[in-house]
Design a protein around this ligand. Sequence first.
Ligand code: 5RP
Length: 231
Amino acid sequence: MDSVSLAKKNAAEKAVEFVKDGDLVGLGTGSTAEWAIKKLGELVKEGLDIQGVPSSKAIDALAQKVDLPLIPYEEFIRDELALNIDIDGADCVDPDFNLIKGGGGAHTREKRVANASEMFYCVVDEKKLVDKLAGSFPLPVEVMPEDLDEAVRGLRTYGFVKQRQKDGKLFISDNANYILDVSLNVGEPVKGLEVDINNIPGVVDNGLFTIRRPDAVIVGRLNGEVTINNG
Ligand code: 5RP
């Protein structure tokens, strides 16, 4: 395994150590969070008693494959469930624990899950740590297809806008929406931007996590070490 993948695995498995019997666990999306889900599957086989809430259809499928007891995302929303802990990755993390997420296009559901969680552990390899969010990773913005043009016009205030594609086709989110990736030209701080962008007509949610920030960022280092940074 290469050093970045190992760093992701080490960070995710460290976060799993904070999961306790009886917990309702938010299951993040992405290659880092997947390590946590696989580890939780192993622990459930050994007797850990938890239920997971998947933040995407892909993670729902993985969790079912490893026999993790699940509460479907739709049930979590309908019943307004409170979760004990959420383990999720990020595309970049600034020194104040503001995040950009949504590289996998799942940030809307990921944010709902993080907002409902008492503890939010963000798990990353050290390459995700940045001084400034703007310019480090294009900001994913989920938009409703019928409002695409209006959303693009509104988002151009904040930077270059590109509609996401996958395998030569338009990317469609789990919520049946489009994703626009915005190369932010706004500078820092990005405080306030999360709300401002969500106020553009047609925008469902954006990948800034500046309001619900992680309680801890667990960083897998390329030398194999893991550091836990508490907020
Ligand atoms: C998905 C996400 C992921 O957490 C983010 O893209 C990081 O992914 P990875 O762990 O594969 O680097 O926000 O929407």
